[in-house]
Design a protein around this ligand. Sequence first.
Ligand SMILES: CC(C)(COP(=O)(O)OP(=O)(O)OC[C@H]1O[C@@H](n2cnc3c(N)ncnc32)[C@H](O)[C@@H]1OP(=O)(O)O)[C@@H](O)C(=O)NCCC(=O)NCCS
Length: 238
Amino acid sequence: MLRGTAGAAGAPLLARAQKLLHLVRVRGARRTVRAVVEGYLFAFRRWYIFYRPIPPHPPPPPSSEFECRLATAADIESFAVFEPNRHRREFREWLAGGAFLFAAFANGRPVAFQCFGHSLPTGPPLSRLTLAPGQVWAVDVQTLPEFQRHHVAATLRAYRDCVLAERGYREYVSSVQDDNLPALIYAYGGRQRLVARVELLRWVCVLGFRRMRLETDARARLERYLTEGPRRRLGFRR
Ligand SMILES: CC(C)(COP(=O)(O)OP(=O)(O)OC[C@H]1O[C@@H](n2cnc3c(N)ncnc32)[C@H](O)[C@@H]1OP(=O)(O)O)[C@@H](O)C(=O)NCCC(=O)NCCS
């Protein structure tokens, strides 16, 4: 769901500067600059927004060589394996903010994480979405490249379904950029079609002129893209 666009426009300058400095410290300068450029100066991007119900009585996760559990502050040093994509400072901040940090471990070493929280990103355009009671926001999911396509993410997803269903949550809300094909297929659930609803958020920003459009039923578009688009795209690249 989309919220009005007045948002942060009235926020005092000092508060915004403080928020920016905080982001630089937690995320690093390169990613913060990119987010500011895309949010306020120049961007032409599209995200698919997925709404995936959490089954009230999910089946237990499949048996696997990976140990799945909620990570704690004591694990965070070992999360250095996810840098530079995600810094240990970010994981600490997520935990401090009450997020659920699910992780899969192989021989005691983290190989994947999936973080879900109660707040949306702070910058536009995703900050304009809203969360209803019972919904959780997918902050990020990642599997280390050498462990990808080993069903780690799928196993972790089944594990978190059990944990979050037990805690009374009813739906995941996540965003995936339209050029991230593996994540689109994973989030959509392939033939299983795990999601109940798919939206498409278009964001254009040119030197402060911003336009955001939300297509509220983008399932057919995504299905077309997943079947025809990638083939064309891959064919073009070869
Ligand atoms: C998306 C991501 C988390 C998937 O993790 P993973 O552990 O490799 O996923 P799994 O092996 O559990 O795959 C589950 C299903 O997702 C789909 N999938 C995952 N990776 C895929 C790929 N590269 N190409 C096509 N389908 C893929 C498949 O349907 C797969 O089931 P299948 O293997 O039975 O066909 C992983 O590719 C990743 O970390 N990407 C980089 C970070 C990222 O883009 N995160 C998302 C931010 S929105």
